[in-house]
Structures are given as structure tokens and as C-alpha cells.
Design a protein around this ligand. Structure first.
Ligand SMILES: NC(=O)c1ccc[n+]([C@@H]2O[C@H](COP(=O)([O-])OP(=O)(O)OC[C@H]3O[C@@H](n4cnc5c(N)ncnc54)[C@H](O)[C@@H]3O)[C@@H](O)[C@H]2O)c1
Length: 433
């Protein structure tokens, strides 16, 4: 099939590359010329395990193309995926749909005689598909196109595996013609065990927000239980295991840690609350999840200050990992964005190491330095903070690498055993234990 992905970011690039790997002709379009030129040279704009190899392979075969020409790409394609960003609108909780509507207007101009399916893979609030349909239908027959919702559930860092082996594929459309075409497009994944669900467009849009809000709630729940565990000397990891073994609950997303971040949960929880308010529904549970999560970085900062007995000035603090989680270079809404500037302001000297390299956002902050290896980054530390769970951080010999005698390790991902750390005479703190 001939497919066009509009927006070559985390979602558009990964899905486009995977669709081409499944044998389709795919063109990935972006307005960012630099990104497209680099992709043509085989340079991926994002860190995602396994992605570069698939880009090179499919580009070489000719099944995968990159372009800034939206007109040509839309005209030549049968299926058009909208994969642009839907961030939070400034000063509100609403999703900013300007990129989606802008692209819809452009697509509308190039639908002339051949039937096309326009799909929102971007996460969009319920009823957005209705608005896109109105935009595209101006001055043309509805027989020429169909607007479908097909939300994406991939996780950064596991994106290729998640795309190829999804738990479910959700297609929101009343059009049996579109449903048949899309079931065929996804048939290689369905034959590998993915569940295919055809529902209404509005239900499909809401499934995505409801899923992300639920996962954010699960994380926030265990984070709050961790706060309680710290007060009563219980290990939250035991609670996660004990709860997670109940099949009705499940163990995933039940690990305590820093505030959830990333490109989805913070904005999607806010957007669903905003959408519900438009329909005069109060999602009080999601609202308190948002509040609790927003307070969490401050809560961990206060714990950190307590650990350092209030003496932050001139302390050498090292962050291992600054992205919102491991195996991604995505800094969006990472809790490090709240913690690092605040500690630097209080006079701490901060080194950080991240396997995905230096981050622009910290370049201008005084006393915040990127060090390109773990060994040098932690060498002079008073306090090491394990902020993300990269494999690289899982077996560090702190005693031999840190020169300070009374250094402290604050393990925000509970990677290390408190008992082993005690035996090694390392001052160690985790989350909820
Ligand atoms: N990142 C994730 O893990 C993830 C997972 C599931 C769903 N989503 C959803 O997918 C959508 C995209 O997210 P993302 O993380 O891939 O965003 P992103 O910011 O990484 O990528 C969006 C891309 O769209 C491009 N773009 C914007 N306007 C354009 C236009 N007019 N023409 C061509 N290109 C244009 C931008 O240049 C950018 O490269 C969002 O709605 C997000 O909520 C993201």
C-alpha cells in the first residue's frame, strides 16, 4: 500500500519505518528540512533502539522515502497518517490542535479524484475527527475520503517492538471500506497475535486518553504508597510484587519512582480533564493524579535536601540519566527539568551523564555540566542520583569510582539492593524503602 506519514517524530518515524519494513511504500513527510536531509543520509533524529538499522535498510531498498513536499506525498498515497504534535495549549489544559488542523487543511487541497483514508495517529481529544472531516469535506464529496482514528500506543525506548507486537490495534471508523483496507494493512501484525478492534471514531479517540490516564493513575498510586512505606519502614518493592501478582491489577506501571513525565502522560491527563469539562463532567480522580504528580518533584527535592541535611551549597551532585525514562533521548516533562535547575540555584555543583548525550536545556545553567562517561561524572560526588533506569547504571562499583569517603547514593529507580549497599557501607536511599 502507498502510505504517507505527516510528522516524522517519535510516532510518525517509527510507524512509517515499521510500515515500510512490512513491505509498504512509505513516504515520511516533515516540515523540518534539516530532519529530512539527515534522514536521507541515514541519520535518525531520535534515539530509539534498532531504528537506525531499519531506516537504512528500507531507505536503501527504496520502500522508504523522506520528503518535505506534502502535496506530492499526499497525492501519491492511499493512506495518510497525521502524526504531528498535540502539546498542551499555553495557559490552559487543552490540547493544542493547531498542527493537526493545519495539516488537515493542507491535505484537503490535494484530495481530488482518488479515494484516500486520512488517519489521526496523533493523540487527539474526542470529536477531533468530526472537525477534521468538516475541514476536509469543504467543497468535495464525502465519497472521496474517510477520516479514521487509529491511536498509537507505542512506548519510547521499546517503540519498534511495541509497533510490531502491539497488545491491540484500535481502528475508529464507521466505514466498512476503510475498515477492510486497514485490517489488511495491519494483517501482518494481527497474524502475530495483535487484537484488532473496530469501534466508532469517538470511542477510539477516547480509548487513547482513558488508557494513558489510567497508566498515569497507576504510577501515581504506587508513588503515594511509596511515600507511606518510607514512613513505616516497609519496602515498596514488596508491595508492588504483592499487588502485581493479582491478575486484576498486574505488575506493570506499578514501580515507584520520580514523577511521571514524557511527551504523553502529563499532557494527555490534562487534555482529558479539559475535554470532560467541556461536557460538564468532573474527572476528579484524574485531576488529583495530575496534582499529586506535579507535587512529586518538589517532594523528592525536599527528601534530597533532608538527605544532605540542608547543606546544598557547593555540594557535588551527579545525576545519572536526565531524560524522562531510560532508552530514550526525550526530555519532555522529565522530572530532571524540575530538580536540576532548582538544586543549581541553591548552589549545588551538578554533573550529569546521560547515554543519549548533552542536553541543550542545561547548557545555559550555571554549575550544570555534562560529563560524557559515568566514571568521571561520579568521581568527585557527594551525592549520586540515579534518575533513570539504563542498564549502564545497574552495576556500578561506587566504592572504587568515587573518591569522597562519605558519598551518598539516592537511587530513584530502586535498582540496587539496600542490604548489599549496607554491607558495602554505602549510605544509600531509595524510593519507598
Ligand atoms: N512520543 C510518544 O511516545 C507517543 C506515543 C503515542 C502517541 N503519541 C502522540 O503522537 C503525536 C506525535 O508525537 P511525537 O512524540 O511523535 O511528536 P514529535 O514532536 O516528536 O513529532 C512531530 C513532528 O511533526 C512535525 N510537523 C509539525 N507540523 C507539521 C506540518 N505541518 N507538516 C509536516 N510535519 C509537521 C514536526 O516537525 C515534528 O517532527 C502526539 O499527538 C503524541 O501525543 C506520542
Amino acid at each position: 500500500m502507498k502510505i504517507c506519514m505527516i510528522g516524522t517524530g517519535y510516532v510518525g518515524l517509527v510507524s512509517g519505518v515499521c510500515f515500510s519494513d512490512l513491505g509498504n511504500d512509505v513516504v515520511c513527510v516533515d516540515k523540518d528540512l534539516n530532519k529530512i536531509e539527515n534522514l536521507k543520509k541515514g541519520i535518525s533524529p531520535i534515539y530509539e533502539p534498532g531504528l537506525s538499522e531499519l531506516i537504512k535498510k528500507n531507505y536503501k531498498i527504496g520502500r522508504l522515502k523522506f520528503s518535505t513536499n506534502l502535496k506530492d506525498s499526499v497525492i501519491k498515497s492511499d493512506i495518510i497518517f497525521i502524526c504531528v504534535g498535540t502539546p498542551t495549549k499555553k495557559k490552559t489544559n487543552a490540547a493544542d490542535l493547531s498542527q493537526v488542523f493545519d495539516v488537515s487543511k493542507k491535505i484537503s487541497r490535494f484530495i481530488k479524484s482518488k479515494f484516500k483514508i486520512i488517519i489521526t495517529k496523533s493523540t487527539v481529544p474526542v470529536t477531533t475527527g468530526d472537525i477534521i472531516e468538516k475541514i476536509i469535506s469543504k467543497g468535495k464529496s464525502k465519497k472521496l475520503f474517510s477520516v479514521v482514528s487509529n491511536p498509537e500506543f507505542l512506548r519510547e525506548g521499546e517503540a519498534i517492538r511495541d509497533f510490531i507486537y502491539p497488545d491491540r490495534i484500535v481502528i475508529g471508523t464507521d466505514s466498512s471500506r476503510s475498515n477492510k483496507i486497514l485490517k489488511n494493512l495491519y494483517s501482518p501484525l494481527i497474524s502475530k497475535g495483535a487484537k484488532y478492534i473496530n469501534t466508532t471514531r469517538r470511542a477510539s479517540e477516547l480509548i487513547k486518553y482513558a488508557s494513558n490516564s489510567f497508566l498515569a493513575t497507576k504510577i501515581t498510586f504506587i508513588n503515594e504508597i511509596a511515600n507511606l512505606c518510607e514512613k513505616i519502614n516497609i519496602n515498596v518493592e514488596d508491595i508492588s510484587i504483592g499487588m502485581g501478582l493479582d491478575k486484576r491489577i498486574g505488575s506493570r506501571f506499578l514501580r515507584a519512582g520520580p514523577a511521571y513525565g514524557g511527551s504523553c502522560f502529563p499532557k494527555d491527563t490534562k487534555a482529558i480533564v479539559n475535554t470532560a469539562e467541556k461536557f460538564k463532567i468532573n474527572l476528579s480522580l484524574v485531576k488529583s493524579v495530575i496534582k499529586s504528580n506535579e507535587k512529586r518533584s518538589l517532594l523528592l527535592l525536599n527528601k534530597l535536601i533532608e538527605i544532605l541535611k540542608g547543606k546544598i551549597k557547593n555540594k557535588n551532585i551527579c545525576f545519572l540519566g536526565v531524560t524522562f525514562k531510560a532508552n530514550t533521548d526525550d526530555m519532555r516533562d522529565s522530572s530532571a527539568l524540575a530538580m536540576i535547575p532548582s538544586l543549581a540555584k541553591k548552589g549545588a555543583k551538578i554533573n550529569y551523564y546521560d547515554p543519549t548525550g548533552e542536553k541543550n536545556v542545561f547548557k545555559k545553567i550555571k554549575n550544570v555540566t555534562f560529563i560524557n562517561n559515568i566514571k568521571s561524572a561520579i568521581h568527585n560526588s557527594d551525592l549520586v542520583i540515579i534518575h533513570t533506569e539504563w542498564n549502564d547504571f545497574k552495576s556500578i562499583n561506587f566504592k572504587s569510582l568515587i573518591k569522597k569517603k562519605n558519598f551518598i547514593v539516592y537511587d530513584m529507580r530502586n535498582i540496587y539492593s539496600p542490604l548489599k549497599m549496607k554491607k558495602a557501607k554505602i549510605k544509600y536511599f531509595g524510593i519507598g524503602r
